[in-house]
Design a protein around this ligand. Sequence first.
Ligand code: ASP
Length: 330
Amino acid sequence: MSRLARRALLALAALGAPWGLAAGPAAAQPFPARPITVIVPFAAGGPTDTVTRLVAEAMGRDLGTTVVVENAGGAGGTIGAQKVAQSRPDGYTLLLHHIGMATAPTLYRRLAYDPVGGFETIGLVTEVPMTLVARKDFPANTLAEAIAVIRKQKERLNYANAGIGAASHLCGLLLMTAVDAPMTTVPFRGTGPAMQELLSGRVDLMCDQTTNTTEQINSGALKVFSVTTKERVAALPSIPTSAEAGLPAFEVTVWHGLYAPKGTPAEVTQRLSQALQAALRDPRLVARFAELGTAPVAQAMATPEAHHKFWLDDIAKWKPIIQAAGQYAD
Ligand code: ASP
């Protein structure tokens, strides 16, 4: 074949010629045709990472492909979110993020990506309680005693968080506002590494999802003062709610959702949503979530539409709170 004829055939193939000279355009292939990557915008070993690994494994079973988890922590989750917003919108790069998706649009006034318009929603995943925990030798045994220590020692105490906009940051702000005393905040790339510092006593206090604290609490490696929910948590039945322990203003839960970059085809986000729903029905996942103090959302919430509405409502809920506090990340 002449070089010219070969070039003409290759050009036709690149246009997706239908007679099988080359694979057709990617959109014509069944989805998924290869492994999928889910970005966790926090360090490995933390609560968002734990939830994502369980969901990824179960989704992979439904999709018939591997769902790889990649950690891109830092800046309260905005580094990982940016990575996904700027990825190809083909369904092969996803983001599993938490409540920080609702606070970043107001907390961060300068971002290199669009924190709302840069994403397609796939579905909500779970809403996780938080716990206020302290190093094992912290000089308090109840929330009232801990508050007295915080009011007395103030900035001499180190409060660990995962950066501005992280759930641990929001929870700390609520606590410090409720007790009217500041502490020194020490940011990490996620509360996985922060937990190691707390266990070794190098920081004093942290507020974190039960998906990272339940096992440490139950083994006695940490002190715990309250769960930040209205009701007690089944996996931690003896731990009082903040209201029971005397601080009703200290209530926060951490919702998580799955996102794709803006422009991902609707049939792809629908297929991913189906896989997410299947994952959230998976008995192994449900059992592990329960051990970690949480539960999957109702199936109707694991859809692009329900997730999108919930997310926008939550952005609107946090906006006036952040603006009134006047505390921005930049
Ligand atoms: N729990 C962290 C937070 O404070 C994030 C993480 O490491 O999963 O948002």
